[in-house]
Design a binder for this molecule. Structure first.
Ligand code: SAM
Length: 296
């Protein structure tokens, strides 16, 4: 995989925190409605991390660490509620420029100082050893870095899954990659993502997970909470269930975990073209009627 090399542009979001725009992926790193708010609402509240913080130990996997906001929000929550909790955190990230830029441009300065220090050390040295925290930022393509992690027996209570959207970054939404991620989730663990894309949800289901909607901050649609048991999940709405019966739910596939984004997109397109599933346009007509006065 070619390392991202094009520019990362700083952008303010509605809650006053900053995000980046990636020219390589053509997308913002966070909801424009508020980057910090998204980390808190979608990831920390979405997994009900506060309820887990009372435990003596907590293991977190942050897939697509980026600027480290989800990690920061999680650590700030746990340390405020239970400073004695022994936290193990692993972040996976492709582009080393991103965590470094977040620190260099002081984008993380509103977090409490000890959290900022953790983010700085992760960006500079890749690991942090403190009496109550063992954190590692593993750089590289998450499709490869997750494999030895899973083989080592790593099991997370909570997984944050925060890639760019499926059309922009299909390699991190394939059935095969999601299976690797699910392999790192404890039987009682919770995985959360901002996305409700049918292809991603289908991949989560094919990896043996049950899914439910979860509030996704700053977006017009819910995110997804996934776990090995259906207990405690909100039911999917009829609109969401019907979405999973359309061609939009044909998942991305990448059996070697090495194909290019273009190959993965093309493979899915071919599978969609020959699929017996309902065309997604029918679902869209039923659930997303055109806005009155618009030409389409
Ligand atoms: C939406 S952003 C994540 C934002 C991040 N969670 C935060 O709080 O700042 C997606 C991230 O995925 C990273 N990424 C893209 N492709 C990747 C890959 N194959 N493996 C690991 N990380 C990848 C990008 O560099 C980017 O930092």
């Amino acid at each position: 995989m070619v390392l991202p090399h094009r520019s990362l542009t700083l952008e303010p979001t509605a809650d006053g925190s900053f995000t980046l725009f990636s020219e390589d992926f053509g997308e913002w790193f966070h909801s424009r409605g508020g980057a910090y708010t998204e980390a808190h609402i979608t990831y920390v509240e979405g997994t009900n991390l506060a309820s887990l913080a009372a435990a003596p130990r907590l293991t977190i996997l942050d897939v697509c660490y980026g600027l480290g906001y989800n990690t920061a929000a999680a650590l700030a929550t746990v340390t405020a509620l239970n400073p004695a909790c022994q936290v193990q955190l692993v972040g996976l990230e492709l582009d080393p420029r991103v965590p470094r830029q977040a620190v260099a441009q002081r984008l993380t300065s509103p977090w409490p100082q000890p959290i900022q220090a953790v983010l700085q050390q992760l960006a500079d040295h890749g690991s942090v050893h403190q009496p109550h925290l063992q954190a590692d930022l593993i750089l590289g393509d998450a499709r490869q870095t997750i494999q030895p992690l899973g083989q080592s027996g790593f099991q997370a209570d909570v997984i944050f899954l925060d890639p760019f959207s499926p059309p922009r970054c299909p390699e991190l939404w394939t059935v095969e990659f999601i299976q690797q991620v699910a392999h790192c989730l404890k039987p009682q663990g919770r995985l959360v993502t901002y996305s409700c894309a049918a292809a991603g949800r289908a991949a989560l289901q094919q990896a043996g997970l049950y899914i439910g909607p979860v509030a996704a901050s700053g977006r017009d649609w819910p995110g997804t909470l996934a776990q090995f048991s259906p207990v405690g999940l909100q039911p999917l709405s009829q609109r969401e269930r019907e979405h999973l019966l359309t061609r939009a739910a044909v998942p991305y596939r990448d059996s070697t975990l090495q194909d290019s984004a273009e190959m993965i997109r093309r493979r899915r397109q071919n599978e969609q073209n020959s699929s017996f599933l309902i065309p997604t346009s029918q679902w869209r007509k039923r659930w997303l009627p055109p806005i009155p006065g618009s030409s389409t």
